[in-house]
Design a binder for this molecule. Structure first.
Ligand code: IPE
Ligand code: IPE
Ligand code: MG
Length: 257
């Protein structure tokens, strides 16, 4: 009410918002999320860590649909890092079963929503049962033209960059690329995110304030939003809160406003 009165009397025209206070014309194109805090969520409840991972898995649909509802074009979710293999075998094995479980339940909804599923990460390093289901989901949705749900599975940004550097070296050695032609675009198009816009907004749950080897190159000008909420407690409303915060930021990209 107060907001509306203020708007009526303000000389500045205010952008129209939807029912969540989000300005539809200024929705970020690409949002990336570090879904962190499953283990601590479980510990707080006296449950095993894997119970936290299952609860976390059950949040992925809610947030994916929320992103699609407000018109986000790309949603990248960090599901498993190249460093997460350091965890106990039982935990890793459990995590590697979750894509199958999740896709068996949710793939039809994503297809009905015209979503395209992509995987970034080293699929060669995944157990074959995991690789099979994620490749099948990519195959079945590759012609879809709606939101891209980009899942980072066995993903590590440094290895991604190392692989790009190796490709460039090889292209130079074999005469396909000159040293002078190596520029930002030459690197970007050799990353796993090739063809996707850089993330506009990166969300990390659970109170940790670091990137943990996620999208290092791509997040050069990304806006960061951190919350103490553990991923299994992260809701649609928290997600919209992050989007509103993003819409209140002034991005300058090194220039002046
Ligand atoms: C995120 O939750 C899920 C993965 C890294 C696979 P964590 O398992 O890291 O949870 P915390 O950080 O131990 O609470
Ligand atoms: C990052 O979280 C990876 C995922 C959320 C998949 P971690 O829990 O592995 O990160 P660190 O170890 O706390 O930096
Ligand atoms: Mg963690």
């Amino acid at each position: 009410m107060l907001q509306r009165l203020k708007r009526l009397f303000s000389s500045q025209p205010q952008p129209e918002t939807d029912g969540h206070g989000i300005v539809p014309d200024a929705v970020p194109n690409h949002v990336a999320i570090i879904m962190d805090g499953n283990g601590r969520w479980a510990r707080k409840r006296g449950l095993p860590r894997i119970a936290g991972h299952r609860a976390g898995m059950n949040k992925v649909k809610e947030i994916s649909l929320a992103a699609d509802d407000i018109g986000i074009k790309v949603l990248t979710l960090y599901a498993f890092s190249t460093e997460n293999w350091k965890r106990p075998t039982e935990e890793v094995e459990f995590l590697m079963r979750l894509p199958e479980e999740w896709l068996a339940k949710e793939l039809d909804t994503l297809i009905a929503r015209n979503c395209q599923i992509r995987i970034i990460g080293e699929t060669e390093g995944l157990p074959s049962h995991t690789a099979r289901v994620v490749q099948d989901a990519e195959e079945k949705t590759k012609a879809n033209t709606g939101m891209i749900l980009n899942i980072a599975l066995n993903y590590g940004s440094r290895r991604e960059i190392v692989a790009a550097v190796k490709q460039i070296a090889q292209d130079v050695q074999e005469g396909r690329l000159s040293v002078d032609a190596i520029d930002d675009a030459a690197i970007a198009e050799r990353l796993l995110t090739r063809g996707l816009p850089d993330p506009d907004l990166l969300i990390r749950t659970s109170g940790e304030v670091r990137l943990s080897n996620f999208l290092l190159w791509q997040s050069a000008y990304t806006e960061f939003w951190f919350t103490d909420v553990f991923w299994p407690d992260f809701s649609r409303e928290h997600f919209f809160q992050a989007i509103r915060a993003f819409q209140g930021r002034g991005r300058r990209f090194g220039g002046l406003k």
